[in-house]
Design a protein around this ligand. Sequence first.
Ligand code: ADP
Length: 428
Amino acid sequence: MNSPHQPLADRLRPQKIGEFVGQKHLVGRGKIIATLLRQDKIPSLIFWGPPGSGKTTLAKIIASETKSHFEFYSAVEVGVNEIKKVVQESKGRLEETGQRTILCIDEIHRWNKAQQAYLLPHVEDGTIILIGATTENPSFELIGPLLSRSKVLTLDRLDERDIAEIVTRALKDGQKGLGEYKATINKEALKLLLEASNGDARTVLNALEIATNLTKPKQGKRLITLEKITQALGSKKLLYDKTGEEHYNTISAFIKSLRGSDADAAVYWLARMLEAGEDPEFIARRMVILASEDIGNADPKALPLAVAAFDAVRFVGLPEAALNLAHAATYLATTPKSNASYMALKRAKADVKSTLNEPVPLHLRNPVTDLMKGVGYGKGYKYAHEFPGGFVKQQFLPDKLKGRKYYEPKNIGYERYIKEHLEKLHGK
Ligand code: ADP
């Protein structure tokens, strides 16, 4: 059922294979999808292709043409618990009415190994026909047993001709499309829309719908211009693109909020990234880096906590892993900060680059053979534990860099104790 509140892209979703545009290598006559449908034998499938190329649409068409029950979930939003229910219901349906269930999991690569493995026995015994949709290379992102039980089909980016056909259809269709607005689009506007869409039909239809709404009617007709398409393409709905600029802007705002000890802002940016479908492992990985770059020894617990959050994300998966991310983010935002170890590394690296391979001082070398001992390896090395307080002054840097200071602990958090301890050792 279509509702006027449904986005245009949803309303216009092709219902039959004949309405499906492009992807002729799959849906053309005698090609795999047509053959499978004719035989009414649908194996589990993995659709691999860019966003808005028709993966979900094709899954829905297969379900409808095979009179199967269709369930659709996004791996970003559901975990195994929800799927358990679907599996139970599918079993009941199969036993009672013989109707099969196609379970479509969008962004299936977002599930961790355990979540993916949960599906195996149910795919194996035919309780469900799985159609996984993914934008990522399945060989890297999906577990082997799931791959070997499924057929991987690749969808191509829709080309400009395909997209132009979808646009024309959208403007003409009076029932599901924008036909009632009597809108046309001028040449430059269409060109921009085709270029900016990157082959993503959803982006195109969203932008077209927004642009139509932005265009004032003149004598009952609308002419969509370059200006309106530009405005529509920049609108909020379309802003987040996981590989585009907005992705980098948002992660940058998140990291800066953590560094700036603003837990509220950090959680806000976190929620925005998750809402936009950002990869939770990417977010966790960035927190692991920040724990050392910006917190370091001011709170040595920060790094293990961030690593634990990363592990938890892998272990738990979304949606619950969002809790682990929020926990880590609020901790990292509120704990003392120091970049002293990061700065130490930078200074040391600069010295390594600007000097040649400085020889390791003889007294620090290990005298493994008598010959080595003979030339002075290890001679004069002082074993710290033999001295009061387990410490004795001696030279550890190469001769040329003797006395260089790289690590300058700050008076913050745990690093204050480190600083005091070092000052005591060096008799300051
Ligand atoms: P994906 O699952 O690949 O991200 P969808 O199948 O959800 O993309 O497509 C989003 C919308 O774009 C659909 O609702 C439909 O309106 C349109 N669309 C996508 N692919 C096609 C296609 N091949 N033919 C016609 N419309 C398409």
